[in-house]
Design a binder for this molecule. Structure first.
Ligand SMILES: Nc1ncnc2c1ncn2[C@@H]1O[C@H](COP(=O)(O)OP(=O)(O)O)[C@@H](O)[C@H]1O
Ligand SMILES: [Mg+2]
Length: 305
């Protein structure tokens, strides 16, 4: 399969300070995004995610390395035509309505009037804002603004959409809505490259991820390859057990009200503990095997570096 986006040995440094000092931000990034996948670019704040995206868009120039967009050199017009972009902190014109805003961007792309109307309508529908078409943007919630930002990033019908922290600053419902839109984009055949420091959100929707720490990619691959299915421990929530009996059960114990949380690290003991609880008249409210999450891996890696 052809790579939709290919980055090789990307280096970028900035000169900062009164007596300019070179600070290397990207230290040789290489990654490859397959056509039609959702690719997560993960890393803590300051890792260099936005800098990478700015390089892809040609907003800043790399010191070294190359970038290809669907086989075209990144600075070519062809490459630019294929890209859509949602910045981290998009700026909106408060006094425009949602549809006026989209119409404005469609005009910038030279889209004809009749086509603009259908396009605006379709995009508003895609992001679930068709009912808000005539409401001024200053009355929009953060989640609604993020959604209108999405529709703007799609105005030129790009093949690849770059989303810089599309989920940050949103409440859980807002995050779910944006995740759904991202999945919809994939279903429409688009390639999505999104950066984030929120791991749980990425875990749910990304096919592959690259983890960026201090300007270096320390791991990349399928989420299933980065996360082992191994059970780390089993959590059992019980009630109605006498403290003495609890001591016998072992494991980590914490009690809140009438409920006790047991953490069993030895998988082989889970069944016998289960029976013991039942025979001592206790009630089991839940039993959850915990596997490693991307968060665990991420934290482990950041600590190592
Ligand atoms: N134009 C710039 N001039 C100097 N330093 C910059 C510039 N842009 C970004 N940086 C620095 O580069 C580092 C990475 O920034 P950024 O790419 O925004 O990280 P992220 O998006 O992963 O949070 C930060 O330390 C930031 O201060
Ligand atoms: Mg950033």
């Amino acid at each position: 399969m052809n790579a939709a986006l290919k980055i090789e040995s990307l280096h970028k440094s900035f000169k900062t300070g009164f007596i300019p000092k070179k600070k290397t931000i990207l230290k040789g990034i290489s990654l490859s995004v397959n056509a039609g996948e959702i690719f997560g670019y993960l890393g803590p704040n300051g890792a260099g995610k936005t800098t990478t995206i700015k390089c892809i868009l040609g907003l800043i120039f790399p010191d070294e390395g190359f970038i290809e967009v669907l086989g075209y050199p990144f600075l070519s017009l062809k490459a630019k035509e294929k890209l859509g972009f949602l910045p981290e902190n998009p700026y909106f014109y408060d006094y425009l309505s949602a549809s006026e805003f989209l119409d404005f961007y469609a005009r910038l792309f030279g889209i004809k009037r009749t086509e603009r109307q259908t396009k605006t309508r379709n995009l508003l529908r895609l992001v679930g804002l068709e009912k808000a078409a005539h409401i001024p943007l200053r009355k929009f919630s953060r989640g609604m603004l993020q959604r209108i930002g999405f529709s703007q990033a799609l105005i030129n019908d790009p093949d690849i959409v770059l989303l810089d922290e599309p989920l940050s600053g949103l409440d859980p419902i807002g995050r779910k809505e944006i995740r759904d839109i991202i999945v919809r984009l994939k279903e429409e055949g688009k390639t999505v490259f999104l950066s984030s420091h929120i791991l749980q959100d990425i875990e749910m929707i990304c096919d592959r991820v690259a983890i960026l720490v201090e300007g270096e990619i320390i791991n990349q691959g399928k989420i299933t390859e980065l996360i082992s299915e191994k059970i780390l421990f089993t959590e059992i929530i019980v009630s109605g057990i006498k403290p003495d009996d609890l001591a016998v059960l072992g494991g980590n114990v914490s009690t809140q009200g009438d409920r006790t949380l047991l953490k069993i690290h030895d998988e082989d003991r889970v069944e016998s503990i289960f029976k013991l609880i039942q025979s001592s008249g206790g009630k089991i409210h839940s039993l959850i095997p915990r596997t490693q999450t991307l968060e665990d891996i991420f934290v482990g890696m950041v600590k190592k570096t």
